[in-house]
Design a protein around this ligand. Structure first.
Ligand code: TMP
Length: 230
């Protein structure tokens, strides 16, 4: 590379992985973090909801199922946004200020896909509330791992013991979520790249590595020149 990774990262970069259940994001984010670290980049790997002590506590509340007290769509959204506010303030923003590449497993697009398209909450309200939680911070690059709903749900079911409250939603809900993600990708084609995740782990891993390494070396966004709100 022409410029050292350290210098290129002066402003930090924020990359998110998104996708419906069973798209393999969590595995792929680990591979990507390892690849970038091998290339000398400073990487902070994190996830949503979660990433800080308070946000992980909110995650536990959110993913628990309680038939005695179902979580309303509004409460679900507000809890997710509360977790995001903690995450941005205490982990993401400081890491970007230090010049790291932040790799995050889910972020705002999940809120629009799950709570907006899936639950049917007003997207304009969600976007406004999300902007409060993030202080206007958008990812620089988003990889959307797209997989047909039946394939994703079958993968989750075979990963025994890992199903959460949202995994157990109806197939119709998951179809709305997937369609939502694809609509978001259509709206933001420069930021969101759709990856076909109905392939082997190895193929997806190779495509993501090539794409991100190419993007880091390319002209679309130069890390050293990227602008951050904080
Ligand atoms: P995951 O770790 O398997 O991705 O699980 C997190 C769950 O939380 C997943 O079912 C999607 C859900 N979620 C939302 O509904 N909205 C959000 O904004 C985020 C970040 C996650």
């Amino acid at each position: 590379m022409g410029v050292t990774p350290k210098r290129r990262q002066a402003g930090g970069l924020f990359i998110t992985l998104e996708g419906p259940e069973g798209s393999g994001k969590s595995t792929q984010i680990r591979h990507l973090a390892a690849t970038l670290r091998r290339l000398g980049y400073r990487v902070v790997q994190t996830r949503e909801p979660g990433g800080t002590v308070v946000a992980e506590a909110i995650r536990n509340t959110l993913l628990l199922s309680s038939s005695r007290e179902p979580i309303t769509p509004e409460a679900e959204s507000l809890l997710i946004l509360a977790a995001r506010s903690q995450h941005v303030a205490h982990l993401i923003a400081p890491a970007l200020r230090r010049g790291a590449i932040v790799l995050c497993d889910r972020f705002s697009d999940s809120t629009f896909a799950y709570q907006g398209f899936g639950r049917g909450l007003d997207l304009a309200w969600l976007r406004a509330a999300d902007a409060v939680a993030t202080k206007g911070r958008h990812p620089d690059l988003t990889l959307l791992l797209d997989v047909p709903v039946a394939v994703g749900l079958a993968r989750r079911r075979s990963a025994r013991g890992r199903q959460n409250r949202l995994d157990r939603e109806s197939e119709r809900f998951h179809r709305l979520v997937r369609t939502g993600f694809l609509k978001l990708a259509e709206e933001s084609p420069r930021r969101i790249t759709v990856i076909d995740a109905d392939r082997s782990e190895r193929e997806i891993r190779a495509e993501i590595a090539a794409l991100v390494v190419g993007w880091l070396g390319g002209t679309r966004r130069r890390p050293g020149r990227s602008q951050h709100a904080f």
